[in-house]
Design a binder for this molecule. Structure first.
Ligand code: ADE
Length: 267
């Protein structure tokens, strides 16, 4: 896969030299290129922004500079995939999810355009959109100073799904079950007693079936406590009797084919 990241702070993206993403680059699984947007300016001050039409606070990033950068970076090189997909991190984008990461991992060429200030002139997405897929993505309901931190998040979430990047693919399989609906259960390692705190006895029992049940129960409890929206989205067909018993204890039941909470939710 090829990924290009364009930013006025290329040094921000140095984290992509590290860990699994860095290794994927060095082994050739990933062709990741970071660019300085100012390389496409043509004035002495290397200006990338200007005041907003219509007034208001802050500055807007200029379409001519971004257009030149993206025209060049998105143009397919001979022998390279033609399906470059532009991702624009912005708090007003669609929320980035594991599902989206899985879809993006199937793309041949991603380009991330990191905006600063009040964002990028809206004509840039329109211009690029005439030839390419364009997705504006938010990594959550909070406002960052620019798209760089969000680009790091998106790149890491996508690259770890590429074949060969994560050493033990079984961990991806286990997670994808989690991603199918529940938060992960709590995990423990040695020593079995630490600061007067014990590892739950069942995990030391060697009884695979009981361990699996315990983990599933804790995942259900955690999800009900922290993310009731995920519980409400569960497919009842994926729940066994023990799951339903745990959920009933927490006030949930299946009503009209949906997992719901409330006065009717008595198993
Ligand atoms: N840029 C600023 N805030 C952002 C967010 N929450 N997600 C993606 N890009 C952003």
């Amino acid at each position: 896969m090829r990924i290009d990241v364009v930013s006025i702070f290329p040094a921000y993206l140095q984290a992509l030299d590290l860990s699994l993403v860095g290794k994927a680059r060095r082994t050739g699984l990933l062709d990741l290129r970071v660019h300085d947007l100012r390389d496409w300016t043509d004035d002495r001050h290397r200006t990338v922004d200007d005041t907003p039409f219509g007034g208001g606070a802050g500055m807007v990033m200029r379409p001519d500079v971004w257009g030149a950068a993206l025209d060049e970076v998105m143009r397919p090189a001979p022998g390279e995939p033609v399906d470059a997909h532009l991702l624009v991190p912005t708090p007003s984008g669609r929320t980035f999810t594991q599902r989206m990461a899985e879809e993006l991992a199937g793309d041949g060429h991603l380009v991330l355009a990191c905006g600063r200030y009040e964002g990028i002139d809206a004509r840039v997405a329109e211009h690029v959109g005439a030839r390419h897929r364009v997705s504006e993505v938010s990594i959550g309901d909070y406002v960052l100073n620019g798209g760089e931190a969000a680009a790091l998040v998106v790149v890491e979430a996508v690259v770890r799904l590429l074949p060969g990047v994560v050493g033990n693919p079984a961990s991806l399989v286990e997670e994808s079950h989690g991603a199918a609906g529940l938060l992960e259960y709590p995990v423990y390692t040695k020593p079995p007693t630490w600061e007067g705190l014990e590892v739950p006895e069942v995990l030391l029992s060697g009884h695979h079936g009981r361990v699996e049940r315990w983990r599933r129960d804790r995942a259900l409890e955690r999800t009900a406590e922290r993310r009731p929206d995920l519980v409400a989205a569960l497919d009842p067909a994926t729940l066994d009797r023990a799951d339903l018993a745990v959920l009933a204890r927490l006030g949930w039941s299946v009503v009209d084919g949906r997992v719901s909470r409330g006065p009717d939710a008595v198993a």
